[in-house]
Structures are given as C-alpha cells and as structure tokens.
Design a protein around this ligand. Structure first.
Ligand code: PDD
Length: 287
C-alpha cells in the first residue's frame, strides 16, 4: 500500500509529496520534529508531544503553521488513511522556503513547512528486543549544546548509531566531558540500583523525553525512589539494571554497556515491570 503523507495541508501519495530545495530544513537543518507512537490505532501522549513541539519552536523563534486542534486531526487522519494499528507518526516543522540560501532568518511571517508521515510497526508493543535487551557502547557527546530543542540536526546521532552497528551492538549512549552519560542517540538513559531509579536531570544537555516524564511518574507511583542525576558507564556496570526510553522504544531494557553486562546481563524485573505499566497506562490514556 502506498503511504499517504501530509505536506502543508495536503494528503498525498508519498511519491508526490514535494518540498523546495531552498527549504531551510533541507539547507540549514532549521527545523524541529516530534515522533508520536500509535497503539491500538490511537496516539500515545499526544499532548506531551505538542507541548514540547511548542517549546522547541519558541526556543528558535518559530511558529507552527497549524494549530493544536488541527495537528491532532491531521495525526488521526494519517493513522486512519494508512490503517496504522501500531507504529509512529513523524512530524516536522521547518522555517520554510525563503526562495534562496541565506544564513539570516527570513521574515517571521514566512509560512513554515510542515510535513508528517506514518511508520507502520505491527509488533511495536511486543518488540522482540524487549525480551533480549539492547547492547550499547558509550561515545563522546559531540552534539551542540542545545539538544533540549528537538531539531532535525541528527547527523551526530546517526554517526552514533553507525558506531554501534560497526561495534556489533544496538545503540550508543553519549558521555559528557566529565565522563557521565547524557542520553542515548535517540532515547533517554537510565540505571536501576535496588529500589532506586536513576536518570540524568533535565537541562540543555538532554532532550526532555516525553516517555521519560511518564516513566518518572509511574516509577514514583510504584514506590520506587527516583534520582534525577548523572551517572557514569562504570556506575552502570555496577547497577542491577539499565534501560532506555523513547516514543520509539517505550521502556527498553539495556543489558550490556561497553562490552560489560549490566546486572545478570538479561532484562531485569524493574525495566520489565515499568514497560508493562507504561504500555497499560498509556494505552488507557491514548486518544
Ligand atoms: N527520539 N533523547 C533523544 C536524543 C531523542 O532523540 C529522543 C526521541 C529521546 C526520547 O524522547 P521521547 O521519549 O519524547 O520520545 C531522548 C525520537 C523517538 C526519534 O528521534 O526517533
């Protein structure tokens, strides 16, 4: 089935969707994005994703060509037209097409470009990786210092995924100059020690994950102690468990860091339970 995608107000077959070569998203990576997961044909934490989109746009003095209610309607339309039961919706907003290349921002009234498309992942909730866990390596975090803004500048995260692939593992976790883990290439990083769940505090050096926020809430409700602080790869080696969170992963156990097993080297009970709680609760709240 040909995918139907959304471009600036139109629903089109993917092969007919076009954006200008002068678009600042293409020339300058001057754009932001969101990825919202879909379960049972419904959107997971849409409200959280829209709030973060508004924040990313505001940080870059951009506006969204489409309001919140229309964004929701458009997401639902894409789910319906493409028959998505499980998967993701990718949404991107750029500063638009000024008609030429210039480093300066165009006038604020230039309409931005907005595109969205679906990714069909029929077994997303039952991903086999959730049973085996991910292996990660750590690499220096060489991204710019405003990664709290969800921009489309994903070259270094792509290089991080390639470094992992070349090393025969699943992902890379980034480390800062002090040697502490910031986050994964496209996810937030966590460790578990006894009843304590540890993940880096919010700042400009990590993306403020929507899944992270929900998991923190569920962890507190389940009586875990939560510590929002940095941890090192060495601390991960001595932890009972580790996991990554993202709209694309939900809660995903991490069983090896830099070739050393975490805990038993198998997905642990805490990550497994948090994944179950996350999926149950988010399914109930899906819209
Ligand atoms: N990535 N950190 C980074 C660098 C990310 O790119 C992402 C999401 C996250 C997790 O955020 P959330 O829980 O809101 O998905 C953390 C998306 C899924 C992606 O780029 O595909």
């Amino acid at each position: 089935m040909t995918r139907t995608v959304y471009v600036n107000g139109d629903y089109l077959p993917e092969g007919e969707a076009k954006v200008s070569i002068f678009d600042r998203g293409f020339l300058m990576a001057d754009g932001v994005y969101e990825v919202t997961s879909v379960l049972d044909g419904k959107l997971i934490d849409f409200d959280g994703h829209v709030k973060r989109l508004w924040r990313s746009l505001a940080e870059l003095e951009m506006t969204c060509p489409v309001g919140e209610a229309d964004l929701l309607a458009m997401h639902r339309e894409l789910v319906a037209r493409n028959g998505i039961e499980q998967g993701m919706i990718y949404l991107q907003v750029t500063r638009g097409n000024p008609g030429d290349r210039s480093f300066l921002f165009p006038a604020a009234d230039l309409p931005g470009t907005i595109v969205a498309f679906t990714q069909d992942i029929p077994n997303m909730a039952d991903a086999p990786a959730a049973k085996t866990g991910l292996k990660v390596i750590t690499i220096p975090d060489l991204r710019w210092s405003r990664v709290d803004i969800k921009t489309v500048q994903l070259l270094y995260p792509s290089m991080g995924k390639m470094a992992a692939k070349k090393a025969g593992v699943d992902d890379s976790w980034f480390t800062d100059e002090a040697g502490a883990v910031t986050e994964g290439t496209s996810n937030n990083a966590w460790i578990v020690k006894g009843n304590r769940i540890i993940t880096r505090a919010l700042g400009n050096d990590i993306l403020h994950g929507i899944t992270r926020a929900a998991v923190l809430r569920f962890a507190r409700e389940a009586q875990f102690e939560v510590e929002e602080r940095a941890f090192t790869p060495e601390e991960a080696h001595g932890a009972d468990e580790a996991f990554s969170t993202a709209a694309s992963l939900f809660v995903m156990p991490v069983v090896e860091v830099d070739g050393k097993p975490v805990g038993t080297g198998k997905p642990g009970p805490v990550a497994t339970r948090l994944r179950e709680i996350y999926l149950d609760e988010m399914r109930k709240a899906a819209i």
